[in-house]
Design a binder for this molecule. Structure first.
Ligand code: UTP
Length: 297
């Protein structure tokens, strides 16, 4: 088995129901934080981590995603004519080498585990990353880069993990830790969206994974689990129980759940405030809006 992680799966076939009606015609992954779509942040993170092959698991209605990474000769010609060098430079981030992206269709939204399984033939017998673009992580060194470094040391299956508040555990895959080594936690088992009373910890899995190909075999044999979907968590949990080679990794960085309205709004504000060209006016506006609201209450 190859040891270097050079392939990443981007499961983007979900229905995005929390953003209806917007997601009736716009894929969630095309929604923007300031001026870049969520998928661009995910691709940049993957590139930084050394990923060379990008596998999108898409579905009906996700055409805008494929167009986003396509060449745009007419737009570029117009920008060149108007000498818009900065905008041309911004477009460069969307350039993908021919053949670097593959699109696979998930015919029915049967769950994240099923979406990952759909890419099995393109993965073959090597470790791979899974990135959920609606989890956006602001970090000095990208979350996936941190995990790739950890993988070079430990091997096995590594999932990004963070502590969540008690009322949130029922929204996540939750780790049952065997040994807590600080940044790294070895995993005994995992539970998908458990009730708080049954949750083995408050250490939640978020949308970055480095997995070994055996997880794909596990997915092949899985039955539908929580929410009547084929759960990635269930396949990784089986690896933890039977092979003991699963780790949670407490990454450095601030994660935004852009799959939820509140997380998306928080990310929009945080990324706006991080921009030199927007910071002053945006923070003025926020301060004024909050004081006016407080005065009115
Ligand atoms: P979510 O649980 O966020 O589901 O999926 P969703 O459909 O995107 O959004 P809501 O809950 O209806 O608002 C997590 C990730 O798994 C992908 C999604 O595209 C998202 O990146 N996914 C989920 C699939 O690719 N296929 C599926 O069948 C389910």
């Amino acid at each position: 088995m190859k040891n270097k992680v050079t392939k990443a799966i981007f499961p983007v076939a979900g229905l995005g129901t929390r953003f209806l009606p917007a997601t009736k015609s716009i894929p969630k992954e095309i929604m923007t934080l300031v001026d870049r779509p969520l998928i661009q942040y995910a691709i940049d993170e993957a590139r930084e981590a050394g990923i060379r092959e990008f596998i999108f698991v898409t579905a009906k209605g996700k055409g805008a995603l494929e167009d986003y990474f396509d060449a745009a000769p007419e737009l570029e010609k117009t920008l060149r004519k108007k000498k818009k060098t900065e905008l041309l430079q911004a477009l460069k981030a969307t350039d993908m080498d021919s053949g670097a992206i593959a699109y696979i269709r998930q015919r029915e939204p049967l769950g994240l585990g099923h979406a990952v399984w759909c890419a099995r033939r393109l993965i073959g017998d090597e470790p791979f990353a899974v990135i959920l673009p609606d989890d956006v992580i602001a970090a000095e060194k990208s979350c996936l880069s941190q995990m790739v470094e950890q993988y070079a040391e430990t091997r096995g299956n590594i999932v990004a993990a963070m502590e969540v508040a008690p009322h949130e555990v029922s929204s996540y895959g939750i780790l049952d830790p065997k040994e807590d080594m600080g940044k790294l936690v070895s995993v005994r088992d995992m539970a998908e969206k458990p009730d708080l009373a049954d949750a083995p910890s408050n250490l939640a899995v978020i949308g970055r994974y480095i997995l070994e190909p055996n997880v794909l075999n596990r997915l092949h044999d899985l039955k539908r689990g929580s929410g009547d979907e084929i759960q990635l968590t269930d396949a990784i949990a089986a690896e933890a129980r039977e092979n003991g080679d699963v780790y949670g990794y407490r990454f450095d960085g601030q994660r935004y759940d852009c799959g939820s309205k509140i997380g998306y709004l928080k990310a929009t504000i945080a990324f706006g405030l991080a921009r030199d060209d927007l910071r002053d006016e945006l923070s003025d506006f926020l301060n004024r809006t909050v004081s006016t609201r407080q005065a009115a209450e």
